[in-house]
Design a protein around this ligand. Structure first.
Ligand code: SF4
Ligand code: SF4
Length: 310
């Protein structure tokens, strides 16, 4: 069956080597579909796909990689990444900064990937892409999800005899955890994409999306050292968890972004904050009314004066 491009949430945008869509095999695959493929150091193309490539990093990728390299977020971002836009949106993100004459990933060596067990999601998915028709809402309809094979001429892994199901391949690559960790963030990106250019996102909103998606150290400071906690209701258990646990903080950041960017449920503003906002609006309205009344009285006085002079 031909893969339709409309209304789908694609996970394959994280990695792009070749823009030729004919490399995507026109067959919808399931977890039980057969796959003939293997990648190992003896394939003639070994590490070819780690050069001249765009690898978008998800927030979980950044978290795992910087922990692996024992670096604070900002140092990792500066050294190993460069800015990009996510999936034809105006949402800012990060991609791996390629280096050297061969334009390679900074983690590749002739012997292979030096961060293999912590490699980004995109490197794990390849060459099996996943499409998901959920548009940021329901997440319980497994039938909406399917897989497809990317078969690029340079990749000789397809000529290897090893056979498995898509499910076995995915398990081998450890993508289930990545799916779970990336899901809500990818849906934010896709939700933004589905809005197109009709709805604009303020620069402040984009900055917030970028900060929360890439730099959890700064996001934690924002939560605990700004007026955030005066504004939002966050229970003590959640607060204790996000203070210590980076993964929980990351998942909380997705909830916060969904709420502030798209009005999704999940975070509530404190009652007193709402009241003070209502007061502020009322005060502004009262002041505007007073000003209008004054202007009216002045106009009336002027009109009366002119009438008397006639
Ligand atoms: S992170 Fe590893 S697998 Fe991914 S492109 Fe870089 S070297 Fe290759
Ligand atoms: S077989 Fe494919 S995935 Fe493996 S190194 Fe070669 S190009 Fe990359």
């Amino acid at each position: 069956m031909v893969i339709k491009k409309k209304n789908k949430t694609e996970y394959d945008f994280l990695k792009a080597t070749d823009k030729n869509p004919s490399n995507i095999q026109p067959e919808k695959l399931t977890l039980d579909s057969r796959l003939q493929f293997e990648c190992h150091p003896e394939v003639s193309c070994f590490t070819a796909c780690c050069h001249n490539i765009k690898i978008i990093l998800t927030p979980y990728d950044i978290l795992v990689l910087r922990k692996r390299l024992n670096m604070p977020a900002h140092a990792f971002i500066t050294e190993y990444t460069e800015p990009t836009y996510l999936e034809k949106t105006d949402m800012p993100g990060l991609q791996i900064k390629l280096v050297g004459e061969k334009n390679g990933c900074p983690f590749v060596t002739p012997q292979g990937c030096t961060v293999y067990t912590d490699r980004p999601s995109a490197c794990r998915y390849y060459p099996v892409g996943m499409a998901d028709f959920h548009e940021g809402g329901k997440d319980d309809d497994a039938e909406e999800k399917f897989f497809f094979l990317v078969k690029e001429p340079h990749c000789k892994g397809h000529e290897e005899p090893k056979q498995w199901t898509i499910g076995e391949w995915r398990q081998d690559q450890g993508v289930d955890l990545r799916d779970e960790m990336n899901k809500d963030w990818l849906r934010l990106v896709m939700r933004r994409k589905s809005f197109g250019h009709q709805a604009s996102l303020s620069d402040a909103a984009k900055r917030m999306f970028f900060m929360a998606s890439t730099d959890l150290d700064t996001f934690r400071t924002f939560i605990f050292e700004s007026s955030f906690l005066d504004t939002y209701e966050v229970d003590a258990e959640t607060l204790a968890a996000i203070r210590e646990d980076d993964v929980k903080l990351m998942l909380f950041s997705f909830k916060y972004l969904a709420n502030t960017l798209f009005g999704a449920a999940g975070l509530s503003i404190k009652e007193e904050k709402i009241q003070s906002k209502v007061e502020e609006i009322r005060k502004r309205q009262d002041e505007a009314l007073q000003k209008a009344e004054q202007e009216y009285q002045q106009m009336k006085a002027e009109r009366d004066r002119m009438a008397r002079e006639r």
